[in-house]
Design a protein around this ligand. Structure first.
Ligand code: PNS
Length: 173
């Protein structure tokens, strides 16, 4: 039987528990899951890519069939390299669906790869990378919304008044 691989792509800037939930649910459905931090060379982002990889690896350590990597280029090329059966993304509501649909159609147009949109659990529908960063920077409590490793780094960020320059966040994520 062939191995079924899914790619969970995103900016993960930083990862939230909403992201981790989608990754875990994908890991239960596929043999292998590649979590891919897509790098946009022309934008800075909130956290350096190596930090995002470290935070993600820590957050998904419990899933033996999940790997984490970064990729600079077209998502469909990464999918081809892994012979991925599907791209999986979480959606929190209609705005996310609208944002994801165009990309799903484009990626299918380019290579035929399918995108599966997984509904976020209700408890994560208000959580985004941008919002948790802003709340933490202004001294708010985001524990319970982000993995512990992210919480620790957000505490540092709030201590040093970081600049907030989202990498590629049409969806706020
Ligand atoms: O976390 P996000 O911002 O929702 O993730 C968006 C992401 C990184 C998945 C998307 O911007 C992407 O696929 N970028 C890689 C470049 C690419 O393939 N662009 C064409 C998308 S149809």
């Amino acid at each position: 039987m062939s191995t079924r691989t899914a790619v969970c792509p995103g900016s993960f800037d930083p990862p939230t528990l909403g992201h981790v939930d989608i990754i875990g649910r994908t890991a239960a459905l596929f043999d292998q899951v590649v979590v891919a931090v897509l790098v946009n060379e022309s934008k800075t982002g909130r956290f350096p890519v190596p930090d995002r990889l470290a935070m993600l690896r820590d957050a998904v350590a419990a899933y033996p069939n999940v790997t984490v990597e970064s990729f600079s280029g077209l998502l469909v090329d990464l999918c081809r390299a892994h012979d991925a059966a599907a791209i999986v993304k979480g959606v929190r509501g209609p705005a996310d669906v609208e944002y994801e649909l165009a990309m799903a159609h484009m990626n299918r147009h380019l290579t035929g790869v399918e995108t599966l949109l997984v509904p976020a659990r209700p408890e994560w529908t208000f959580v985004s990378s941008g919002l948790v960063t802003e709340v933490a920077r202004l001294g708010g409590d985001v524990s319970g919304l982000v993995p512990s490793e992210v919480q620790a780094r957000l505490d540092d960020v709030s201590a040093v008044a970081a600049t907030d320059s989202p990498e590629q966040s049409d969806s706020g994520d």
